[in-house]
Design a protein around this ligand. Sequence first.
Ligand code: DQA
Length: 147
Amino acid sequence: MSTLLLIHGPNLNLQGKRDSAHYGTKTLADIEKLVASGAKSAGFEVKSFQSNHEGALIDWMQKEAPGSAGIIVNPGALTHYSYALHDALLDTGLPAVEVHLSDTNSREEWRRRSVTAPACIGVISGKKEMGYLEALKLLISKLEARS
Ligand code: DQA
């Protein structure tokens, strides 16, 4: 079974306790279950990882990318300034889809810019947890088009 990587950046461990108007009410475990069951019905398994540390996210990605098929990533605030994460995503050589629970374009000015998006095939924003299923659909359609 092919493997998809699901990566969550800083503060996403607090899902369910953060501002629900922006981030919804689901916990990270709920989101991981949602993605895993959607992926399973399409024949993929999901490996998930969350860290509040940029380097830990990069180390995990470098370790897991070989042999994996694609990436769904919510880089949290790293979205807006982490060139290291951008490069790490690109260096995996895998198609990646960026997800944001909140609508980053309708919030503070600084959230509008994503430095990681250019390393991704698409960005889904503002659909709370349902955005992850949209990202999964986009990623799988890209993988199926390649094979
Ligand atoms: C976020 C948006 C980021 O701006 C923010 O720093 C987050 C979560 C989102 O999912 O909406 O932590 O990535």
